[in-house]
Design a protein around this ligand. Structure first.
Ligand SMILES: *[C@@H]1O[C@H](CO)[C@@H](O)[C@H](O)[C@H]1NC(C)=O
Ligand SMILES: *[C@@H]1O[C@H](CO)[C@@H](O)[C@H](O)[C@H]1NC(C)=O
Ligand SMILES: *[C@@H]1O[C@H](CO)[C@@H](O)[C@H](O)[C@H]1NC(C)=O
Ligand SMILES: *[C@@H]1O[C@H](CO)[C@@H](O)[C@H](O)[C@H]1NC(C)=O
Ligand SMILES: *[C@@H]1O[C@H](CO)[C@@H](O)[C@H](O)[C@H]1NC(C)=O
Ligand SMILES: *[C@@H]1O[C@H](CO)[C@@H](O)[C@H](O)[C@H]1NC(C)=O
Ligand SMILES: *[C@@H]1O[C@H](CO)[C@@H](O)[C@H](O)[C@H]1NC(C)=O
Ligand SMILES: *[C@@H]1O[C@H](CO)[C@@H](O)[C@H](O)[C@H]1NC(C)=O
Ligand SMILES: *[C@@H]1O[C@H](CO)[C@@H](O)[C@H](O)[C@H]1NC(C)=O
Ligand SMILES: *[C@@H]1O[C@H](CO)[C@@H](O)[C@H](O)[C@H]1NC(C)=O
Length: 498
């Protein structure tokens, strides 16, 4: 009877939030000059980052994180998963070595068991739930199960038909894993871990998903996506995917499992095939994401429910294979210099501050060189811009091309007119950007924030110690399984626009 009541209670209860949502950061280590653990922790502290996820349980890193106040999610790497899932003793050993040895000095709060196993290592899927259970029983044996949650990050591509969210379901091929896994999460009070990449959804949508919708930009009300079953309005891809996940769980009768987003982000640079990978887009996505999460807005289905989120990622991982974007997801370079200054005014103390309201005026990509030259001539003449830094031998001479020189002249003019409305136009060949175009010793007007977060005093020399060799296997499997999302979004947007 007690059990029955308990079951009834858990089935009726809904997702509840007993704590505030946090923003954390993933620490991938695939860098040619990976900072050493002390330097990593110095950067995290300077940026007030209080939650990190590691892709392994590197001993030196965990020691450096001791007594830092930073909450840590450690990972069982995919290459250790089989061992852990096949043997209770191996799992217990893993926990002793990588967790028990470090707590409480290092505040380990969660263990991510494997990464995107169903989609990247399907052969290991049959032992995934055993791995979760073995790790959990080892924590129980050490009396750590209350403070350390156990879960496994999934690619959002296991969710099919994700728009409208109310019709989403997990790929049924995985029911034999998903059902016991959700039971495990429910019975241990652990979250579902999900990797969410609106960037890839946008890229794969052939412009069906508006960029603004992927970037959390304000949409006119008539452009918001409406779920016709629930009449809920969606203003961004991120929320739609989270709600799709709630609905997919509900479809299997699990309604009280919270979600933690273990990875999301936007690359700041890409190759010719990746035009959406720009500094501005990355800055916009991550700034809006942070504001959205920290504001505890929740999602349309569960307003006010915390969806804590780890940004992918702390550093640009220059040693990663793949397209240029793969190397450019980071908020910082190996020296701890921010890739861009985020716009976080009003969202409290986390990450590099936008204290300066910085904007810059640069040449538009692909603008006609003749028009750019004409604009330079005007700015450096009648416009009264001091263009001497553009002369040969001067700091802004290189790169010696009309676009770079135009950017310098435009930005100087824009700032010397107090960034007044209409002063960044130049017959349509100029644009306002939030990315500081300064380079080398060429400092653009309006610059100054960039070094504000430079980690001074710490020598961020390349580390010769390669004990941190884990790479971060994040999803770039943008292939087949996304098509369902894309097609249903396509239908939706056709409906909206017609
Ligand atoms: C560790 O993190 C948990 C969860 O955020 C927190 O409640 C606890 O106070 C932290 N412990 C220490 C020693 O900081
Ligand atoms: C696994 O080991 C733990 C102790 O670490 C024990 O309590 C538990 O019963 C074991 N589980 C199985 C399935 O053998
Ligand atoms: C969910 O619960 C409903 C009502 O109790 C039941 O009819 C249905 O079969 C359940 N679905 C699953 C997947 O367990
Ligand atoms: C938080 O959300 C509320 C309601 O949506 C909004 O009015 C407020 O401006 C938001 N605050 C921030 C800092 O974004
Ligand atoms: C951000 O700016 C505010 C207000 O200027 C300041 O109090 C806070 O310490 C800054 N945060 C960081 C991380 O620099
Ligand atoms: C930032 O810019 C906006 C719009 O240009 C302005 O309304 C706001 O007051 C500025 N904030 C600061 C701190 O300068
Ligand atoms: C930032 O600081 C570094 C090191 O002190 C310096 O070399 C660089 O010129 C500065 N950049 C800007 C834009 O001020
Ligand atoms: C940064 O370095 C300069 C020169 O080395 C020093 O004067 C300054 O106090 C340092 N700032 C911080 C915040 O450590
Ligand atoms: C690398 O770090 C490990 C563990 O901290 C240490 O034992 C080893 O001596 C270091 N190697 C170098 C070359 O610094
Ligand atoms: C569902 O998962 C199976 C097994 O991984 C895969 O072959 C199939 O393509 C997936 N279905 C869809 C629609 O993505």
């Amino acid at each position: 009877m007690g059990l029955l009541l308990f079951l009834l209670f858990t089935m009726l209860s809904i997702v509840t939030a007993d704590e505030e949502a946090f923003i954390g950061v993933n620490v991938g280590t695939d860098l040619s000059d990976m900072p050493n653990p002390t330097q990593v922790v110095a950067l995290l502290k300077a940026q007030q980052i209080r939650h990190v996820r590691l892709y392994d349980a590197d001993r030196a890193m965990l020691l450096a994180l001791a007594n830092s106040g930073i909450r840590v999610t450690v990972s069982v790497p995919n290459n250790e998963l089989l061992g852990v899932g096949q043997s209770n003793a191996t799992a217990a050993n893993w926990v002793t070595r990588n967790v028990v040895a470090h707590v409480p000095a290092t505040n380990i709060t969660a263990i991510a068991v494997g990464s995107e196993i169903l989609t990247t290592l399907p052969n290991a899927a049959p032992i995934l739930v055993s791995a979760l259970k073995f790790i959990h029983s080892a924590l129980v044996a050490s009396n750590l199960d209350n403070q350390i949650k156990v879960s496994t990050p999934h690619s959002s591509s296991i969710i099919l038909d994700s728009f409208p969210p109310s019709q989403a379901f997990f790929n049924r091929s995985w029911d034999l894993v998903m059902v016991p896994m959700l039971k495990f999460l429910q019975s241990t009070g652990s979250p579902l871990m999900l990797n969410v990449y609106p960037y890839y959804d946008y890229m794969q949508s052939n412009d069906v998903i508006p960029l603004d919708y992927a970037l959390f930009r304000t949409l006119p009300p008539n452009k918001e996506a409406v779920d016709s079953n629930t009449l809920l309005h969606y203003t961004n891809v991120f929320d739609a995917l989270i709600d799709a996940t709630y609905f997919a769980m509900a479809y299997l009768n699990f309604t009280n499992i919270p979600i933690v987003v273990t990875e999301t982000g936007w690359p700041s640079k890409g190759d010719a095939n990746e035009p959406a990978a720009t500094m501005d887009n990355a800055n916009t996505y991550n700034s809006n994401l942070i504001r959205h999460i920290l504001n505890s807005t929740g999602t349309p289905k569960h307003p006010g429910i915390a969806v804590s989120t780890f940004i992918y990622e702390l550093y640009n991982e220059d040693s990663k294979d793949g397209p240029v974007s793969e190397k450019n997801w980071g908020l910082f370079d190996a020296n701890g210099v921010p890739t861009y200054i985020m716009h976080l005014t009003g969202s409290g103390v986390i990450l590099a501050n936008d204290t300066t309201n910085q904007t810059f005026c640069t040449a538009k990509d692909g603008a006609d060189p003749k028009m750019l030259q004409a604009a330079i001539d005007w700015a450096c003449g009648p416009g009264k811009v001091d263009c001497s830094p553009l002369l040969q031998g001067q700091p802004c001479y290189d790169p010696d091309n009309v676009e770079a020189h135009a950017s310098y002249a435009f930005d100087t003019y824009y700032h010397q007119t107090g960034m007044a409305l209409g002063t960044c136009n130049f017959n349509g060949v100029a644009m306002i950007t939030t990315t500081d175009p300064s380079h080398g010793s060429c400092s653009f007007s309006g610059s100054g924030g960039k070094n504000g977060t430079f980690i001074n005093g710490t020598s961020l020399a390349p580390s010769t110690n390669s004990s941190l060799s884990a790479s971060s296997p994040h999803s770039c499997d943008i292939g087949v399984t996304r098509s369902a999302v894309v097609i249903s979004l396509l239908l939706l947007w056709i409906a909206v626009f017609l």
